[in-house]
Design a protein around this ligand. Structure first.
Ligand SMILES: [Zn+2]
Length: 246
């Protein structure tokens, strides 16, 4: 155990090669969080917890921590494979576009425009990926909002249900969600980076919840009826990390 800055209520230790930073505070429960950089774990614990208690708590959660670290690493790899660089190909709603990036010295208002089969970005010199992804997120949101309603209409007819509200959201852990009582469906913005068949599968999944709220046998047989290969598509989605736009 090493104290940071000589302050007694903050220290760190290492377990299974993972750096764990501990902060003792006036809290009721212990919280554990994997740093978004994927290089350490943060624990906030009630002041009276001993270091032994905290260490065994963390040790029990090693599989979960490793899973989170893996997810962060995959996310980073996905972002670098899909880096927004001049000449690269970027998919929007299943359509590939070639990126044209124009870096303008001095102050310029960042912009992104669709021109035929190309996406034109005009950004200040040395703009980082975060800014470029932010611009891209805006475009993806517009495209999803433009294209998904007609998909909903088509499936409403097939399924005999009615979606009263549809929204696009950035979600860290879910591809979609449904509030059956309100008839509201939320889709993850990142679906617009994937092949349309995956977006459609999530949409149908959420719409099936309007017929069957839980993931029971009836739900699965309805899914199979509407999308016979839905399990393959689900598996494909599972292999894709989330967090591109966040
Ligand atoms: Zn579900």
């Amino acid at each position: 155990m090493v104290f940071e800055n000589g302050i007694m209520n903050r220290y760190f230790f290492t377990v299974s090669g993972i750096k764990v930073r501990v902060a003792l505070k006036d809290v009721k429960h212990l919280y554990i969080k994997v740093d978004r950089n994927g290089d350490s774990v943060h624990v906030t614990a009630p002041s009276h917890y001993s270091s032994g208690q905290i260490e065994s708590f963390v040790a029990e959660r090693i599989p979960w921590i490793e899973q989170q670290l893996h997810r962060i690493k995959e996310g980073r790899a996905f972002r670098s494979r899909n880096a927004i660089v001049h000449g690269a190909v970027h998919n929007v709603m299943g359509v590939p576009f070639k990126l044209r990036i124009n870096e303008v010295p001095g102050g310029t208002r960042p912009s992104l425009e669709k021109r035929g089969k190309e996406l034109h970005l005009e950004v200040p010199l040395c703009s980082d990926q975060r800014l470029l992804r932010k611009l891209m997120a805006k475009l993806h949101r517009i495209e999803m909002k433009r294209q998904v309603p007609s998909m909903i209409c088509r499936w409403e007819e097939i399924m005999g249900v009615r979606v009263s509200d549809f929204r696009v959201r950035k979600m860290k852990t879910l591809w979609g969600s449904c509030n059956p009582e309100a008839g509201r469906i939320w889709l993850n913005l990142e679906l617009s980076l994937r092949p349309i068949e995956l977006l459609e599968c999530v949409l149908v999944h959420e719409m099936v919840h309007l017929l069957e709220p839980s993931h029971n046998r009836r739900f699965k047989s309805l899914m199979k009826q509407f999308i016979p290969d839905y399990q393959r598509r689900d598996r494909e989605l599972e292999t894709v990390p989330l967090g591109y736009f966040s």
